[in-house]
Write a protein that binds this ligand. Structure first.
Ligand SMILES: [Zn+2]
Length: 61
């Protein structure tokens, strides 16, 4: 994924910054505890498509 794309993306819920997951398959919003999927290199910025982070993931970093 283009790192520049990450700079302009923001969480659709809280407008906060997103973090690329370690496996680079998701964009994570720590504030909301959600992970937005990246499909074919395209981030899916929809709350309905987002995965809820596990407790471990929320505590990580
Ligand atoms: Zn958010």
């Amino acid at each position: 994924m283009d790192p520049k794309l990450l700079d302009i993306l923001a969480c659709p819920l809280c407008k906060g910054p997103l973090k690329l997951s370690d496996d680079q398959h998701e964009l994570i919003c720590k504030a909301d505890g959600l992970a937005y999927p990246i499909r074919d290199g395209i981030p899916v910025m929809l709350e309905g498509e987002a995965r809820t982070l596990t407790v471990d993931e929320r505590l990580d970093k």
